[in-house]
Each structure stands twice: as C-alpha cells, then as structure tokens.
Write a protein that binds this ligand. Structure first.
Ligand SMILES: [Zn+2]
Length: 319
C-alpha cells in the first residue's frame, strides 16, 4: 500500500500481511492525508484499521512510523520492533531532540555556517509533527523469529540508512521486507544518527560511520538467497546482488572523486559538499554532509587522507 508523505522521497510502501495475526508493516507519516489513504487501501483488501492485530516497524524514520501510535490505539494491535528501535519509538520527541544535537555539533565542526545550522534545526522541529510515539509491546532481538499461522519472519538488524534498520526475512518464500535498507530507484542515504546499540555503532568508536556501517549491512544482505526485496519505496527488487554491487561501485566512484578534490587542496566537509553540489537547499545540508563524511570515512579508513583541525573546524588533506 503506497501511502503519501510530505517528503522528497514520495510515497512510502506499507505492507499488509494477510495472515494470523493480521499485520501491517510500517504505517506512513502522522498526517490526516496518510491516515485517509491507509484506510482506503485497507478497505480495498476488505479490512479496517480496527482489524489490525500487529504493527511491525522497519526503522525510526517519520514516514515509516508516524501513525503507529494512532493505529495501535484504534486497533489494539500489538506493536513489534527490533529491541534497539523500541526506545526511539516510545520516546520519539526526546530521541529526535538528541539526534538534532548530534547533527548540530557535527555540522558546526565540519564547517557549515551557523545560520544554516539554526535554520535546519527549526525545520527539523517542524518536521517532527509527522512522527509520533507508540508503546512497543514486543521487542525482537537481532535474528529472532516473528511467527504467524502460515509463515515466520526473521528480524535482522541492518543498520546504515538509519541505526534501527530492520529487515524481515521469509526464508520459505525467499522474500525480504526491506524497509529503506535497499531501494531500487534511489541509493539509500546513510544519514549520520546516534548509534542505538547492537550493530548500529559498528565499525569503531568516535563519530558514527554510517556509510561503513551501511556497507557492512549490504554485504550481509548480498549473501542471502533472496528472490524478492519488498522495499520501503518504489518497486520490488528482484536482483539484489546486482543492485548491491552497483551501490558499492557508486560509493567507490564518489570516494574517488572526493579523494581527488582533497588531493588538490585541504578542505572541510562543507567545502567538499559545495564543490560537488554547489549551494544546496538548507533542508539538504545535513544529508549532503552525511554523504560527504561517509565517503571521507572510507578514505580515512584506507589511509588515503588525513584529518586536521583549524579553529574548531575539521579539514581533510591528502595522506
Ligand atoms: Zn528511511
């Protein structure tokens, strides 16, 4: 069921599992328009919100979990998430605030002007209206099975796009409910967020290295005998190995390009983003910073570049 969102990504795919218990995977954002659309989509399958018995959430982003609280209250459905996602869903506002604090300090440290940081912070607060908290009834450990009358889904932690990314694996049907872990028509952006434990803080300590975390997760998914990935946006993916290899190649190309820029002269991550994309919209400032830092991490890890600090701002130079 493709539910409208106010975000650039467009509609979000929510999945109805017509089994016992009747289950909804992801909810759409917290808006009247999304709720209205979800009700119509459910009606097309002969169901009402009140019929839902279980709500499963793939990750912490607003378009996937915003309606969870409202739907759970109306239906009495149990809410199920990976253990590391539960505290975020239960105290959404507090967690969003702490993510914003991390984003703010990272942006300043990497050279983004203070007025942009302040503008983005207030925009982020406004965006939060599309999210919402929900009580979590069942917390799954990484690898735990979620049983239905006619199937079992294995919950697997695949952090990177967000720290709580969870995929649900139906080994019998070789079907993976993927959330935003792997999307066919766009490369999932590994947004730097606070690690939530489990694999979400790997590899290494210090600043979260979201792209490296994401690539490790992709390697794990690549090794699985999947026939179809049911993604959080867009059409099903039927050749995940080819798509993941394309993603790896894309990230290598971007890392090489950024390495080339740094080789010419020392630059902050903000200056790198500017020379790649020009002056981006304020809303994109943190996305592009995450993108640059992800590739910088790959180069740092390989010893291709070095980090130095001038006046509180980090700069990168050829190693
Ligand atoms: Zn997402």
């Amino acid at each position: 069921m493709a539910i409208p969102t106010p975000f650039m990504v467009g509609r979000v795919n929510c999945y109805l599992i017509e089994d016992d218990p009747l289950t909804l995977v992801d909810t759409g954002p917290n808006s009247g328009k999304a709720l209205d659309c979800l009700e119509r989509e459910l009606a097309a399958h002969g169901r009402r919100i009140e019929d839902l018995e279980r709500i499963v959430i793939t990750h912490q982003h607003l378009d996937h979990m915003g309606l969870a609280g409202i739907l759970a209250r109306r239906s009495g459905a149990e809410v199920v998430t990976l253990d590391v996602l539960a505290p975020v869903l239960e105290e959404f506002g507090a967690h969003a605030e702490r993510d914003d604090e991390l984003a703010e300090s990272l942006m300043l440290r990497h050279g983004i002007p203070r007025d942009v940081v302040i503008a983005l912070r207030s925009m982020s607060r406004a965006f939060r209206a599309w999210g919402g908290s929900a009580p979590v009834d069942r917390k799954l450990a990484d690898g735990e099975m979620l049983e239905f009358a006619d199937r079992a889904l294995q919950a697997l932690h695949r952090p990177g796009h967000s720290p709580s990314d969870t995929v649900f694996w139906d080994a019998e049907r070789r079907e993976l409910i993927g959330g935003d872990h792997l999307i066919g028509h766009i490369s999932s952006n590994p947004l730097i967020s606070r690690p939530l434990g489990g694999r979400s803080g790997e590899p290494g300590a210090g600043r979260p290295r979201a792209l490296m975390t994401y690539m490790e997760s992709l390697r794990a998914t690549r090794a699985m005998p999947i026939e179809t990935v049911l993604p959080g946006h867009g059409e099903p993916v039927t050749d995940h190995v080819k798509l993941i290899d394309e993603r790896f190649a894309l990230h290598e190309r971007r890392a090489a390009k950024i390495g080339g820029l740094i080789a010419e002269q020392p630059m902050s991550a903000y200056e790198i983003a500017q020379s790649l994309w020009g002056n981006v919209a304020v809303t994109q400032a943190y996305l592009t910073l995450s993108e640059v830092l992800g590739h910088v991490d790959l180069l740092l890890d390989r010893g291709a570049i070095r980090e130095s600090e001038i006046g509180g701002v980090i700069r990168y130079e050829a190693g």
